[in-house]
Design a protein around this ligand. Structure first.
Ligand code: FAD
Length: 440
């Protein structure tokens, strides 16, 4: 039996991070991958979705040229279907045409052996890949997650898409119903609506992005609605039926939605069927003796940056260091326009909050931004920042300052003295932090 120092199940963002670092440190590393080396992010998740959002956003910007003083008349744009063809070509290039050769070559160059197949633990110290056993000293489970299928009667009879399928298919349905108003539902709603697709989002919770502060959901609803998306919150699809090529969803408020496709965006669950009794991880991402887990499969903050971070934690621990995962400041980003970026936990027992309307900043005035919000939360007992929520153009960049502050537990009074460039959205931090400092 071939035996390795480290066997990694899954070559996504988490698996790659572990494999590269441990191989570079001289360990014999085998990565077992059932589908594409590189996992979901590059091919059917983060990159293709961001590429489509960018194409849709530039179309909106071009249409807004007269307001920006860039044209005296509204510039003519390709019709939606011609533009869609170009956007899809760009999306597919961003996703390397779902071809993993380059990523696999890079991994092999780092000294990792790649084995195509599905791995499963046969007994402690041994994984079975398509009938062949491989020995390991350390096993890393980095098998990711898969989309859930909501229990809606009749769903199997209508044309549906998972996000993986939506982000691989060339289709632009005339009407798209999206079940689920979380990050994936909101991003894909805006991307498709940007190309003339009539999109309806159906969300059972009272608002979009229900895990975040209500103001976040309100602003994203406004933004999607201004792009023509029909947002229905507080309603559940009870059954689906087919008429010709179309799907009709009956909702529990007595209304219905008819669409050419139903995109299922109701969440994901871990790929944890790997022959182990459980995959609960401790603070070092350790499952048990010589067994580790990283990425979506752990169920912790399912983002690529978490997967890479946990991969780094696992690699260090395998190599004999002590790396402890700290999740207090994992940013949660939705790349709509404006984007949403939140970090930390605002629900502590003794917290104070302050906020600013970013549409009133000098930055918003010169670049024509009409909607934005920043809320900061500090802990009175420690005098430090514990959470930040931002809705703004490129909020994903704006959140970096707060992320560092939350992670490093920087005192609010010191943060309030930091000078930000004028005129930026970041400048709003100063006003909000000074207010917080005065209330500590
Ligand atoms: C539409 C969409 C957009 C997203 N956008 C973002 C974003 O902008 N930013 C962000 O941070 N996150 C984003 N995410 C989340 C991000 O894609 C995931 O958090 C990330 O890909 C998780 O990485 P991973 O390594 O845990 O899993 P994966 O990338 O899924 O890799 C797991 C790999 O394991 C393989 N595998 C599974 N079982 C086995 C087995 N038994 N044996 C061998 N191989 C196996 C799978 O084939 C897969 O390749 C998005 C997700 C979606 C769905």
């Amino acid at each position: 039996m071939e035996t390795y120092d480290v066997v990694v199940l899954g070559a996504g963002s988490a698996g790659e991070a572990v494999a590269v670092e441990t191989a570079r440190a001289g360990r014999a590393v085998l990565v077992v991958e059932a589908a594409r080396v590189g996992g979901e992010c590059a091919y059917v998740a983060c990159l293709p979705s961001k590429s489509l959002l960018r194409s849709a956003s530039v179309r909106r910007q071009v249409r807004a040229a007269p307001e920006a003083g860039a044209a005296s008349i509204r510039p003519g744009l390709d019709p939606d279907d011609a533009a869609w063809a170009v956007a899809i070509a760009r999306r597919d290039t961003a996703a390397d045409h779902r071809d993993d050769t380059a990523v696999a070559n890079a991994l092999e160059k780092a000294g990792v052996r790649i084995l195509r197949g599905r791995g499963r633990v046969q007994e402690p110290g041994v994984v079975l890949v398509d009938g062949t056993p491989y020995g390991y000293r350390d096993l890393v489970v980095a098998t990711g997650s898969h989309p859930t299928r909501p229990p809606v009667e009749g769903l199997d009879d209508v044309p549906t898409w998972s996000s993986d399928e939506a982000l691989s298919a060339p289709d632009r349905p005339e009407r798209l119903a999206i079940l689920g108003g979380g990050p994936v539902g909101c991003e894909l709603a805006q991307a498709y609506a940007g190309f003339g697709v009539r999109v309806t989002v159906v969300e059972a919770a009272e608002r979009l992005l229900a895990g975040e502060h209500p103001r976040v959901g309100e602003l994203v609803t406004q933004s999607l609605a201004s792009g023509g998306v029909d947002v229905r919150t507080g309603v559940t699809a009870t059954c689906a039926s087919r008429t010709g090529d179309r799907a009709t969803l009956a909702l529990d408020d007595g209304t219905d939605v008819t669409a050419d496709r139903v995109l299922l965006a109701t969440g994901r669950e871990p790929n944890d069927d790997v022959g182990l009794p459980g995959l609960g991880v401790d603070e070092r991402c350790r499952v048990g003796d010589g067994v580790w887990a990283a990425g979506d499969v752990t169920g912790v903050a399912p983002f690529t940056h978490t997967a890479k971070y946990q991969g780094w934690v696992v690699a260090g621990n395998i190599l004999g260091e002590t790396r402890v995962a700290d999740y207090t400041a994992i940013p949660r980003v939705v790349y709509t326009d404006p984007a949403v970026a939140c970090v930390g936990d605002a629900d502590g027992p003794d917290v104070v909050t302050a906020e600013a309307d970013l549409a009133e900043t000098a930055r918003a005035q010169w670049d024509g931004t009409t909607c934005g919000w920043l809320r900061l939360t500090a802990d009175r007992r420690t005098g430090t920042l514990v959470a930040a929520d931002a809705v703004a153009p490129h909020a994903e960049e704006l959140i970096g300052f707060a992320t560092l502050a939350v992670r490093a537990k920087v005192p609010v009074r010191l943060l309030a003295e930091v000078v930000h460039p004028f005129p930026t959205f970041g400048e709003a931090y100063t006003e909000v932090l000074r207010e917080l400092a005065g209330r500590l």
